[in-house]
Ligand binder design. Structure first.
Ligand code: NDP
Length: 385
């Protein structure tokens, strides 16, 4: 199977390449992409024998070309080259760019009817109904990499989704699960980046600490599984052993469990409907002893109710939710704002755009990009004041 990996230097990209390297008879790599990390991209491309390596940042082209000289891997750079990479001949595209930057290249792959292993949840948060419509129209199957959605996909494999009562997404609760608001006020980026169970990229780690990530996942599940918000529940489960549950109308509750290692859901997408060996640490239930679950606290973690409200309001609001969060998370990482300001800025941005009538109409990708730009401007402004 020929794969292209968008975002190959990131956490999901590297886990994907680990699976590829362990199964050389099964997978080959057409194209790998990254943003600016020319060294990481060149190393990865040589290691897995990629045909092409592409940087989004055009200024990195000469460095990448030098690093790949004599290796047989072709170099390219620029936003257009990333979209071309997404469209290049491949059986599956792994969409693992972080942020709304992943939308255009993933859509380019969708329009080519490629199978998509979707890690970039922002595609659905920003443009959910348009994305799913295009996938349907072009015959692109969407396989969910996100561990909770992959868990649900595994439990729904019998195609009995019409008999589902509700879906439960679990959340670890992040590093500040037990913190009061007062304690959260002063936390540093280093503390917020220390996720108790998962090793992930910076943005999703901060989003896990605010629980905005779980809000994004509710939106993602809504579009993937066609379930209304009231049938999507979140439970805090600090052990991160149960990743997702489906409750059926006969009262059965089915779950997928495993240790927190993204190679399990990634390999499930790459090999689906088969299962291939993955050397993760196995879940030792006896050693774990107990599994606990609790309701999320929307007062200490207001990102979650905010995401539900955005989902009810529609695609413009969820696109603004993502864009404002990207800006606010970046401002927090640069120490321009405090931890609690992240969600406050996202909320103020959505209110501001709503009052200005900018969230009323969103019927095309062009509209989504306009809302995204407006939300970034507004969140940037709030980050400065
Ligand atoms: P990382 O930050 O680790 O990696 C991001 C990747 O995207 C890198 O290859 C980076 O390149 C590339 N990239 C960043 N900005 C751009 C841009 N503007 N244009 C093109 N490429 C860009 O992120 P993760 O791997 O953690 O997350 C990737 C996606 O997967 C996110 O949407 C996240 O929500 C989702 N996800 C991640 C999980 C995880 O465990 N990490 C779990 C579930 C979902 P460079 O290295 O050059 O910056």
């Amino acid at each position: 199977m020929r794969l292209s990996v968008l975002g190959a230097t990131g956490s999901i990209g590297q886990s994907t390449l680990d699976i590829v390297a362990r199964n050389p008879e099964r997978f080959s790599i057409a194209t790998l992409t990254a943003n600016r990390n020319a060294h990481g991209l060149a190393d990865a491309a040589i290691r897995v024998g990629a045909e092409r390596a592409v940087l989004a940042d055009a200024e990195g082209y000469n460095l990448l070309k030098d690093l790949l000289a004599g290796t047989g891997v072709e170099a390219a750079a620029g936003a257009e080259a990333v979209e071309e990479a997404a469209m290049a001949d491949a059986d599956m595209v792994v969409a693992a760019i972080v942020g709304a930057a992943g939308l255009a290249p993933t859509l380019a792959a969708v329009k080519k009817g490629r199978a998509i292993a979707l890690a970039n949840k922002e595609c659905l948060v920003c443009a959910g109904s348009l994305f799913m419509e295009l996938a349907e129209r072009h015959g692109a199957s969407i396989l969910p990499v996100d561990s909770e959605h992959n868990a649900i996909f595994q439990v729904l494999e019998t195609k009995n989704s019409d008999q589902v009562e509700k879906v439960i997404l679990t959340a670890s609760g992040g590093p500040f699960r037990k913190f009061s608001l007062e304690e959260m006020r002063g936390v540093t980026p280093e503390e917020a980046l220390k996720h108790p169970n998962w090793d992930m990229g910076q943005r999703i780690s901060i989003d896990s600490a605010t629980m905005m990530n779980k809000g994004f996942e509710v939106i993602e599940a809504h579009y993937l599984y066609g379930l209304a918000a009231e049938r999507l529940e979140v439970l805090v489960h600090p052990q991160s052993a149960v990743h997702g549950l489906v409750q059926y109308r006969d009262g059965s509750l089915l779950a997928q469990l495993g240790t927190p290692d993204m190679r399990t859901p990634i390999s499930h997408c790459l090999a689906w409907p088969e299962r291939i060996p993955v050397p993760t640490q196995r879940l030792d239930l006896a050693a774990l002893g107990s599994l606990t679950f609790e309701k999320p606290d929307g007062l200490r973690f207001p990102a979650l109710p905010l995401a539900y409200r955005a989902l009810e309001a529609g695609m413009a609001a969820t696109a603004a939710l993502n864009a404002a969060d990207e800006v606010a998370v970046d401002s927090f990482l640069r120490r321009r704002i405090g931890f609690l300001d992240i969600v406050a800025i996202v909320e103020k941005t959505i209110e501001t755009l709503d009052r200005a009538g900018e969230l009323s109409n969103c019927g095309s990708i062009f509209d989504v990009m306009n809302v995204d730009a407006a939300a970034r401007r507004s969140a940037e402004e709030f980050s400065r004041t």
